[in-house]
Design a protein around this ligand. Structure first.
Ligand SMILES: NC(=O)c1ccc[n+]([C@@H]2O[C@H](COP(=O)([O-])OP(=O)(O)OC[C@H]3O[C@@H](n4cnc5c(N)ncnc54)[C@H](OP(=O)(O)O)[C@@H]3O)[C@@H](O)[C@H]2O)c1
Length: 353
């Protein structure tokens, strides 16, 4: 009996190995075909791609810190009108000050991105007065940047609400106006983590939504002369990535450099802008690993990139645990220490403040 069970298991494991092996072979053959097809597809893209004039009016959500702040400052110049949002009034006003100093006209809004009606009203009003050229759906949170005021379950729902509903609340109110004007560009800020089933499941899944929503929306909008670009950064040095508490962020770039790369990609109306290059290549390679081999692959990755586990970090409200898989040891941080190092955008919706 035992022998027949073991034999069955052996056959099943061989079959699953064969499936994985076939998936790898198919990726290989498909990659070779794509090598020959890609110059033709690239030429077609160049031929069909609408190039927009440099924008004069730009809306950026989540501009009170990190990438959004750098985008606003990078765009700021005489003749440019910026609509910037973020919940923290003080930090948003500071960004406004820097942009005005560079000659831009700036309007701010501290509306929470999850407040659908209010944000739609603000966007419509701003668009009526200034005619938006580009809108960045940038505001987002991660499991760690939400801070320790949430349980694991609450974090999942809050994150989906901000990262997914918040992005829709940003993009949808202006779609009809863009379509009518046959003009306008939508920029959705995703993440390369969308390609890596490794850590932070809700964040990675929310960014998967953003990536696939943006790439597909682009197809619908191009018939109306409206652009749509998905931005997928790797590590960028911001308050959000600070919450990872990693000693060094592999192949990271500054928020200023990220903003420059993003603006260039949007100017070219590219479908997808991923950076930095080594992170983009690693993410792409990870996405080619068959799902059933991911467990083993991730164990190898965790040797190179120790991470902060989102379950451990939300286990209790009084004591926040941080674990690095590298050393397999668990470090405890008291609530006070964790609070001081949590993201500046940590405290989220009002009910938890
Ligand atoms: N940093 C990275 O390594 C990295 C990597 C890949 C992708 N990204 C993506 O890049 C974008 C910017 O991230 P970041 O690193 O710059 O993060 P950040 O510094 O934490 O900034 C997040 C921004 O979003 C705003 N925000 C968060 N929740 C909000 C809400 N409910 N309503 C309105 N505004 C809200 C915050 O404003 P307030 O705090 O004022 O509310 C803040 O301005 C995000 O989409 C993120 O997922 C970042």
């Amino acid at each position: 009996m035992v022998t027949s069970d073991s034999f069955k298991n052996l056959v099943l494991s061989f079959k699953s190995m064969l499936d994985d092996f076939l998936m790898i072979i198919i990726s290989l053959v498909w990659s070779i075909i794509l090598i020959f097809l890609s110059p033709i597809l690239h030429l077609l893209n160049q031929f069909k791609n609408k190039v927009f004039p440099p924008p004069k009016t730009i809306v950026i959500t989540g501009a009170s810190s990190g990438i959004g702040k750098s985008l606003a400052i990078e765009y700021a110049a005489p003749g440019i009108t910026l609509g910037i949002t973020g919940r923290n009034k003080e930090r948003l006003e500071e960004v406004k000050k820097q942009c005005v100093k560079k000659g831009a006209t700036v309007e701010t809004s501290t509306i929470d991105i999850t407040e659908k009606e209010k944000i739609a009203h603000w966007l419509q009003d701003f668009d009526r007065r200034h005619q938006v050229d580009v809108i960045y759906a940038n505001a987002a949170v991660s499991e760690l940047s939400l801070g320790e005021n949430f349980t694991y379950e609450e974090k999942a729902y809050e994150l989906v609400n901000i990262n997914i509903n918040g992005a829709l609340n940003t993009v949808l109110p202006l779609l009809e106006n863009f379509r009518k004007r046959n003009h306008g560009q939508i920029v959705l800020v995703s993440s390369l983590s969308a390609y890596i089933s490794y850590v932070f499941p809700t964040y990675a899944a929310s960014k998967s939504f953003i990536t696939h929503y943006g790439l597909t929306l682009r197809q619908e909008l191009k018939n109306y002369g409206v652009g749509c670009t998905v931005i997928a950064p790797g590590f960028v040095i911001t308050p959000m990535s600070d919450t990872l508490k990693m000693e060094s962020l592999p192949f990271s770039v500054s928020a200023e450099r990220a903003a420059q790369v993003m603006i260039q990609g949007v100017q070219e109306n590219r479908a997808f802008v991923g950076f930095s290059l080594p992170t983009l290549f690693s993410a792409y390679m990870m996405s080619l690993v068959p799902p059933n081999l991911r467990d083993a692959w991730n164990s190898i990755s965790s040797l190179a990139f120790p991470y902060t586990d989102s379950i451990e970090s939300t286990k209790s409200k009084d004591q926040v645990k941080y674990r690095t898989s590298f050393s397999s040891s668990i470090f405890y941080k008291t609530k006070d220490t964790a609070e001081s190092s949590a993201s500046v955008s940590s405290s989220s919706s009002k009910k938890f403040q």
